[in-house]
Ligand binder design. Structure first.
Ligand code: AMP
Length: 449
């Protein structure tokens, strides 16, 4: 099957070919012809499957069929996403695939000045990509009219529900015309998603592509059993020893992400944290620095990382296992994308054995155990309960040291770290892990992701 067989216009085929895509991915091959027919779609597809082009290309095709009046450009397609990053990425895709078409698009999300968005909406856009909260702010300020929307896309709908956007979504739905095409994309199909789909979609075509946990052969997964207090040291060792130049690391909490990024920076690794408490500017900068290689380790929480499209990400590390097994699948979906091989490593301490078992149940297989000499877990350590994802994890028990606890501890391989001639200063500091872990204050409130 080639893109030429899908019924897309010459302008879109040219944009696709400009991107270097030759063969449609399974979700594209299935979804594009159906969406072109104007049908509603319920699609089970995760990030990394090519789903964005799967809905963007036919959406652009349908909108370009009718020439908008010059003096009035109502929003005719609305794409809702859970996070700002995903909104920005979808918007980028719309621009990329629509570059040979006379359509205008815009993106709105919170955390940034609303005024430029108001000006953009006043000038008029055909396609609007938005996060729900800021979208409703505009509606309330009467700077946005949704009465002409012809196509609605809910991207990563499961994540929107996880993030508590259901009421916002329902408010948005009430503002849309009754007759419209609806496309719902979700990685998982919980009862809540099914309820949302039932109320929203009209005789939908169900499209499912292989979940990444069945199609993840190109991701080599390994579990390293290690003491909680030595995880950071092992992480630095893996990054340095493997000369990894780009690694995405997951923690469960924002607090944990900040602290780990600080600690890795102390270890001489260029690291940044990305999570919901960071300003939009800081998140965008961290991601841009990571993409261009000036940040080597990006430490992220699940929600912040959701939908990040970083091409050919070679390494993902679960510094802490997620509470929800499906999040593990999302996390490792960041690597081994679009045919590239990737590696996903999980650092698992004794507290997390149950979480690991749950994940392996979802995967329907055991994740191979790795063995790094000198980092074997201390079997005398008893598990501690993980409370609502707020466990500190990165620093270990207060007062514990992160290094020199037993013979045979591998040397931190900092000298291998910067062969590419990057920021040598960033890697100059030697991390022996011998200094005591900081007092690891526990967050007092339940940390959100
Ligand atoms: P998505 O699942 O939409 O986040 O897309 C994942 C990645 O696959 C993005 O980097 C796209 O640029 C890329 N991609 C999408 N469609 C294709 C295709 N047909 N061939 C190769 N790469 C693609």
């Amino acid at each position: 099957m080639s893109f030429n067989d899908l019924g897309l216009s010459a302008e879109l085929l040219r944009a696709v070919s400009d991107q270097g895509y030759r063969i449609p991915t399974p979700i594209q091959a299935k979804a594009i012809p159906i969406i072109l027919q104007g049908r509603d779609v319920l699609a089970g597809a995760q990030t990394g499957t090519g789903k964005t082009a799967g809905f963007t290309l036919p959406l652009l095709h349908r909108l370009s069929g009718k020439k908008p009046a010059d003096n009035c450009r109502p929003v005719r397609a609305l794409v809702l996403t859970p996070t700002r990053e995903l909104a920005a990425q979808v918007a980028e895709s719309v621009v990329t695939y629509g570059k040979h078409l006379p359509l205008k698009s815009g993106v709105i999300f919170g955390g940034v000045n609303i005024n430029p968005q108001i000006s953009m909406l006043r000038r008029g856009v055909d396609i609007l990509i938005a996060t729900p909260g800021r979208l409703l702010d505009h509606v309330n300020q009467r700077t946005l009219d949704l009465s002409q929307v012809e196509i609605l896309v809910l991207d990563e709908a499961d994540r929107m529900l996880d993030m508590g956007f259901i009421h916002d979504i329902r408010k948005v739905l009430a503002l849309l015309p009754k007759r419209r095409q609806n496309l719902l994309f979700s990685a998982t199909f919980s009862d809540e998603i099914k309820r949302l789909a039932d109320g929203l979609l009209d005789a939908p075509v169900l499209i499912e592509v292989a979940r990444r946990n069945t199609a993840s052969e190109q991701v080599a997964q390994t579990v390293h059993l290690v003491d909680k207090g030595r995880k950071r040291e092992l992480l630095s060792y893996l990054i340095g020893g493997g000369n990894w130049q780009q690694v995405l690391v997951f923690t469960r909490t924002k607090h944990g992400a900040n602290r780990l990024a600080d600690q890795l920076t102390e270890d001489g690794l260029r690291a940044a944290a990305i999570h919901g408490n960071k300003s939009q500017g800081a998140r965008t900068k961290a991601l841009a620095d990571f993409k261009k290689g000036s940040v080597r380790v990006l430490v992220a929480t699940d929600i912040a990382a959701r939908g990040l499209d970083i091409d050919q990400l070679p390494h993902v590390v679960n510094f802490e296992l997620p509470n929800v097994p499906e999040d593990y699948v999302h996390r490792i979906g960041r690597t081994g994308r679009a045919g590239n091989e990737g590696e996903a490593i999980s650092l698992v301490c004794v507290d997390e054995h149950k979480l690991l078992r749950d994940i392996e149940r979802v995967l329907k297989r055991e994740v191979p155990r790795g063995n790094i000499k000198g980092f074997e877990p201390d079997l005398s350590i008893r598990p501690e309960p993980i409370q609502n994802g707020r466990r500190s994890g990165s620093g270990g028990r207060p007062g514990a040291t992160t290094g020199a606890r037993r013979p045979g501890k591998p040397q931190h391989a900092r000298s291998t770290g910067n062969r590419n001639g990057g920021n040598a200063a960033g890697d100059r500091r030697r991390s022996t892990g011998a200094k005591p872990t900081q007092g690891a204050p526990r967050p007092r409130r339940v940390a959100s992701r």
